[in-house]
Design a protein around this ligand. Structure first.
Ligand code: PMP
Length: 409
């Protein structure tokens, strides 16, 4: 039975009841940066350190076995939640950024040849740009980017022209952290597969807010971060078919990822351990497992409906607000809505609305090529989670009005 998403859900998140700047109730609209954590996750992490703390996969004692059991249970939970075909193809990483670097260095470093192309888009987060540039420098491959329509969607016609037999990988975000655009992954996958390219889907902003089924989607690599999904920081995943991961060389070397080591050379552990060098973030995995259990009690269809309702309402009301210009009008909107307020610098806007307790983002939001496309150095962004309310948007609008008055509008 799903727990319903009413405003009572906020009681599950201790931080949401705190005040900032003295007596201002916190209005948290920076969920695209990181989500808040429910008590169940905080308790799981604390409980792990209180009862179980040990290293995994090595010890022959009770705690080591329990810690290993909890860590592996978290892997199965993440895999089931995201529709991974096989837990062996669920690699724990520090997050989306590390997952993309793993694919770029390991897969890209071994497969890409001079003149090969990696196709990204202009709306990508720096985490889905820079790792490809690094491997392109190493291999002689070339990074190209799909441009955007004036509304802030991918220009799929230009994408068709950019795809060719030279394209070895298409790496695109499912949901833009900056514009809120939900990209048509089915169409992207069909086009990329027709060109013979592999596909990486950046799920940092989709996995928190919508049902994801990696197997049904059919991508080669899916990456996401636990901390945007009510889990702890420092834990995330790369999901890929085991055969593909088997063929890839290790990313980081060290303990855990080996089978035999001699001074002359080494052999590698089986999946997923081949890609998990060193002591992993065990408490982070346990906490992420608890976050997934929590999200499952809500149901991701209900989460998606709720976030959609909140963000459509916010986009609607913001677009009618004097002085506000939305940065994009995408066909389908995810959890974020970004905007400018007159010609007031976004940093000033964020700082001033913060005085009313409203936390929003300002800056290039890790998307400098997108800022160049928009022709401004920075934006403001309000980003939602299922625990936000329409009253949060009302608070934002009031704080924006106060800001405009201060600037003499
Ligand atoms: N891609 C997208 C679309 C993101 O929104 C983010 C985080 N803002 C990342 C990648 C990077 O995630 P992380 O910092 O958790 O590695």
């Amino acid at each position: 039975m799903n727990k319903s998403i009413s405003s009572a859900i906020r009681d599950d998140f201790p931080v949401l009841s705190r005040k900032v700047h003295g007596d201002r109730p916190l209005v948290y609209l920076d969920n695209a940066a990181t989500s808040q954590k429910p008590e169940a996750v905080i308790a799981a992490v604390a409980g792990y350190y209180r009862r179980t703390n040990s290293n995994v996969h090595r010890g022959m004692h009770a705690l080591a076995e329990e810690a290993t059991g909890e860590y592996e249970a978290a892997r199965r939970a993440v895999g089931d939640f995201l529709g991974a075909p096989d837990p062996a193809g669920v690699i724990f990483t520090r997050g989306t950024t590390e997952s993309i670097n793993l694919v770029a260095q390991s897969w890209g470093g071994s497969v890409l040849r001079p003149g090969d192309e990696i196709l990204i888009s202009v709306m990508e987060h720096h985490s889905n740009i820079v790792p490809w540039q690094l491997v392109a420098q190493r291999t002689g491959a070339v990074v190209k980017a799909v441009p955007l329509t004036p509304e802030g969607d991918l220009d799929l016609e230009v994408m068709d022209r950019l795809l060719s037999e030279r394209t070895k990988l298409v790496s695109i975000t499912q949901v833009s952290n900056a514009l809120g655009t939900v990209n048509p992954v089915d169409t992207i996958l069909a086009k990329a597969k027709a060109a013979g390219a592999k596909v990486l889907i950046d799920g940092a902003q989709s996995a928190p807010h919508m049902p994801v089924d990696v197997k049904a989607m059919g991508c080669d690599f899916f990456v996401c971060s636990g901390h945007k999904m009510c889990g702890p920081t420092g834990i995330g995943a790369l999901i890929a078919p085991a055969e593909l991961l088997e063929a890839m060389p290790p990313f980081l070397g060290g303990g855990e990822m080996i089978d035999q080591v001699t001074i002359e050379g080494s052999t590698w552990a089986d999946l997923p351990y081949k890609f998990e060098a060193g002591t992993p973030n065990i408490a982070g995995a346990v906490g992420w497992g608890a976050a997934i259990a929590y999200l499952n009690t809500l149901g991701m269809e209900a989460v998606e409906r709720r976030v959609h309702e909140l963000v459509e309402d916010a986009a609607d009301r913001l677009s009618q607000e004097p002085g506000v210009t939305l940065t994009a009008h995408p066909q389908v909107r995810g959890g974020a809505v970004s905007f400018w307020l007159d010609d007031i610098h976004p940093h000033d806007v964020a700082q001033l609305v913060d005085q009313s307790g409203v936390a929003i983002r300002a800056g290039h939001v890790c998307c400098q090529p997108l800022m160049k496309h928009l022709g401004r150095p920075a934006i403001n962004r309000a980003s939602y989670s299922f625990y936000n309310t329409k009253a949060d948007t009302t608070s934002l609008l009031e704080a924006l009005r106060t800001t405009r008055k201060l600037f003499g509008y």
